[in-house]
Design a protein around this ligand. Sequence first.
Ligand code: PMP
Length: 425
Amino acid sequence: LANAFTRNNPKSKTIYNAATNSLPGGNTRSVLYYHPFPLSMSRASGSQLFSVDGHAYIDLLGEYTAGLYGHSEPLILAAITEAAKRGLNYGSQHEDEVRLAELVKQRFPSMDLMRFTNSGTEATLMALAAAKAFTGRKKIVVFDGGYHGGAFTFKDGKSAAVNAPHEWLIARYNDLTSVRALLDSEENAGKVAAILVEPMLGSGGAIPPTAGFLEGLREAATAAGAVLIFDEVMTSRMHSGGGIQSQMPADLCPDMTTLGKYIGGGMSFGAFGGKQAIMELFDPRKPNALQHAGTFNNNVLTMSAGRVGLEQVFMPERASQLHARGDKLRKALQDASRGTLMKITGYGSIMCFHFTESTVEDVRSPQDLKDDDKTLSSIFHLFMLERGYYIARRGFLALSLALTEEQLDGFVEVVREFLRVHENL
Ligand code: PMP
């Protein structure tokens, strides 16, 4: 497969080779590297990507959830084009920024106040700073397999990146006992500023919360006087306002929320916000307010694209449809792979392939995926690319609004074909 891949993608290879001269390992975004070299895309439209080598791909990765709208969604494209014509960098407040904040607040009622950033990573950074300032404490509970941005990655009980220096306490996802043990220990009692959690582990393998886990965290955070932060950078697509909200625990109110990805309409975006009492720390009218600057926090393109996306495109009905489509696809994939090592976890329009003996129900934390076969997932990835389906190297998928039922049915067929070719799985 790797040889065929190299033969079929000579221009991508040339670009990659050139990249190694100025970028470490030819790469400026770790997640995008794969063996033998990553493809270079030159164009995208709707649900499709087109590579420099002239191949077309159905985009099932959806830019790790940021591509929810599909490529060049007409209303968003028009908003960006119009905004660009009005001038890019005002260095001032502007109306789209206020409107976007109102729209986000409508959908995330627990965010009394919010601030925008350029990325989800920055949103995490600022949410943690706010929680520490608010509580006067320093320790942060996070989860093994959790991912909160380039500077906040946890794996095998350790920081797994060039992590920002915080006093991390690493618990096990979907395991309240591990959280309580950390909070109640003599060393940590009264010292924990925040519990930072993804409502569904995203990069860690699309592992949803088990019943009661998030509610248990809410209780534990309140009891410990810690700020509960939901990192909804990926899961925010499950909430659309209206009906679908009940699909993530509706009565669960975090103290703070971080957002990113699609909410900026496909442009660089992040946001953090939450309870009035916490977010007021940033009120510049107050003496000793916390400072949070950022040249591009309210950049004109992101604010206008994000506004139109939430106002006109990702309405509750389309959000429910996308969610249902994801659930249907995952069920079809699970049916197709029953009795094999291939397992598909996830929730709604986000999912991930694993090659493991564990059943889908067994997978409650990344520790249940210790036997996940990386070689098989690499073969699966190259197989899918060869057939024209673009997915993440680690088997991650995030559906966009641009995908059609036919395209998803076609994908299920190709997965069946993969399983036929590898019948001993
Ligand atoms: N939090 C979560 C849950 C994420 O999945 C990501 C990005 N994949 C981030 C934070 C970081 O966002 P960004 O890449 O915009 O910095």
